[in-house]
Design a protein around this ligand. Sequence first.
Ligand SMILES: [Zn+2]
Length: 485
Amino acid sequence: MLPHTTYPPVVTSAIQFALKTPPQGSIESPQLRIPPGYSDVQIDMVYFLPHLSRADAKQINGLSDTVIDGQNFQQWSRHRPADQWRPDIDNIETHLLYCHSLSRRGVEQEMSYSLKISGRHYESLRSHLFPGDGLEAIAFALCGRNRTDDGQILTVHKLVLIPHDQCERTPESVTWRTVALAAILDDVRRGGFALVKFHSHPTGYEQFSRMDDISDAECFAAISSWLDDDEPHGSAVMLPDGRIFGRVSENLWEAFSVISVAGDELLFWHSTPDEPVDRSEQLEAQIQLFGSGTVSRLRRLTVGVVGCSGTGSFVIELLARLGIGAMVLVDSDKIEGRNLNRIVNSRRDDIGDYKVDVLKREVESFGLATVVEAVARNLYDWESVIEISRCDVVFGCMDTAEGRHILNKIGTYYVIPYFDLGVHLAADGAGGIDEASGVVHYLQPGGSTLLCRKAYTLNQVQIEGLYRTDPEQYKERSSEGTSMV
Ligand SMILES: [Zn+2]
């Protein structure tokens, strides 16, 4: 049993824990200076002897030397964010855990971790963690690791709900058998997954408890040694109202920068408060209409738009004017004369330029501080997939079945909500229009797909794929009379 409920004897056990899995070339004797007024004064220094250095020889910030008992210690100044020192919880013991995590992760403070959950998984977690009896419950998620330049996005792919009758549950604790976890470790190792531990706080307690600190430290030390990896895992808590907060296993004081749910509602919980909205006159009307909370939330989103022609250019225009913070535009085509009548903001002297570059220029000229990444590549290019994978939401404005099919798969794989938009005008050949129609699909990761909604057929996808990758064979097969529709 992992001692979720058992609180080990004070300092000595924490020191033993800190030494149990020492980082390479690392701490032999963690020491603390306790400022006057302890215990509700934050401890914000860490001292090392021998001095630590980075394996990549890069500089460690905030260092100075301090002599303690005649010995020259390396002093790390590490002020925690205001809300990360918990006066009623933190003490020497938790600070030692903090020192331990700093020595592993503290030199990489720019790393950022986030967690994405589909609506289906979220609902299933919620009903398991809150079965209605007011007692804590526990579950694990196997998560894909989407590595970015400055961290990882963990995407929930599979849940393991630990049956209630296999746990000892109270309103403030849950104790569970590690054997339940051992059964899935092979899957985790083979898939290179991250494990995220979820438990509930039926009392509504809005932070990790001291017992959580101890339990997480032990649980993840065990998981790392079982898996023999040096990768971060995670721990998260769900509150009765469905909110989730969480942190990374390697540094128990490093919160997930954002946890999101792509379900019937799009939910985002950030670890830092929303920035106050710049009440510049451009956004004032939006603030009056939607409220400053919504506008702040939009500013924190990165939205991808794939397909930047007639439909896409209007979507981009509207998203930018709504005040979206960052956009990723994907399209490999250049502006042609025939596009000028339908790509908003395009001009004659743009002919020959990439659509994404022209639209990036226009959005930036609005003066709304939108950060735009222009990706002049098609969707089959790995670069495009990587850029889309870090988006919070993606809009597809393509007219090909193959493109829509692939974007649907990308959305599912990376747990990104996908809005598919299309407009169709059928000319009657005599100057009139037989039909004008538009369609919007909202596709949740793991939910129904465009294919099962019959937005296109697999045959169409195959034909378009053949046309794109092997035009010669496409022609041959067409002339042989093979059914191409
Ligand atoms: Zn807890």
